[in-house]
Design a protein around this ligand. Structure first.
Ligand SMILES: Nc1nc2c(c(=O)[nH]1)N(C=O)[C@@H](CNc1ccc(C(=O)N[C@@H](CCC(=O)O)C(=O)O)cc1)CN2
Ligand SMILES: Nc1ncnc2c1ncn2[C@@H]1O[C@H](COP(=O)(O)OP(=O)(O)OP(=O)(O)O)[C@@H](O)[C@H]1O
Length: 198
């Protein structure tokens, strides 16, 4: 792994963890407004299948958005680290009463129930956590390669769905990330202040 990538990761993780509770709260409200407005603008009554994440390590707080999406009757999914190969993610339905467990990193995920897994191409949106992004839509994550490995098959096939959207604070933006062959670039990144499209 390049030293530059780990340095950026370390620096941005510190920066986002230093955001105050009130900055995090405002960011969560803005994210909620931005994404629910995006769905309204589509002017369809379709219930979308949306994968998202539970906030960890100073990431943009998704809790308000998840509540709104539940209230609007969309289908919500969370990543589960694959129980057998441990390198890919599965996306499992997340409801108010879903039984949960902490994964290897202490992040809550739904207890595995194969009947509740959504195959990747059936998701409409994949709202992804990230550590840093750049002006070209490149994404750097926590370093596990989970999202990149999971998306690798899609990347080969000129896929339509799911729409990949990164969620981040504005302070996670850098001029240029050193990229690797396996990195999957994003078409959209939503920050509390702005929506970037490529
Ligand atoms: N909220 C959230 N959920 C997610 C991810 C994420 O980035 N954010 N993931 C995205 O892929 C997967 C988990 N990946 C992660 C990878 C590393 C660490 C982490 O804290 N690493 C520690 C070392 C911990 C250890 O090895 O035991 C570190 O780098 O300090 C956390 C999550 C699935 N769920
Ligand atoms: N498509 C892939 N096929 C095989 N290995 C991969 C693939 N994508 C990533 N990896 C492996 O995962 C490791 C971590 O990758 P990287 O540093 O890009 O993760 P990340 O983007 O920070 O994490 P994440 O995707 O979980 O948010 C790399 O060293 C690489 O070996």
């Amino acid at each position: 792994m390049s030293n530059k990538r780990s340095q950026i990761r370390e620096y941005i993780r510190k920066t986002r963890n230093n955001l105050s509770k009130s900055q995090q709260g405002i960011a969560a409200q803005q994210l909620n407004m931005n994404f629910t407005q995006h769905l309204k603008d589509k002017k369809t009554t379709k219930k979308e299948h949306i994968a998202i994440y539970l906030t960890n390590d100073g990431e943009l707080d998704t809790s308000l958005l998840i509540k709104s999406l539940w209230d609007l009757n969309h289908y919500i999914y969370l990543p589960i680290i694959h129980p057998f190969n441990g390198a890919n993610l599965l996306f499992q339905r997340y409801e108010k009463n879903s039984p949960m467990r902490a994964n290897h990193y202490g992040i809550l995920e739904p207890k595995l129930n194969c009947t509740q897994i959504c195959p990747l191409p059936m998701l409409d949106y994949l709202l992804m956590p990230l550590v840093a992004f750049d002006e070209q839509g490149n994404r750097l994550g926590m370093g596990g390669g989970f999202y990149d490995r999971t998306l690798a098959r899609l990347h080969d096939q000129h896929w339509q769905k799911p729409q990949l959207i990164g969620l981040a604070h504005e302070c996670q933006k850098v001029d240029e990330l050193p990229i690797e062959s396996w990195d999957v670039p994003l078409k959209t990144i939503i920050t509390p202040d702005k929506t970037y499209c490529w």
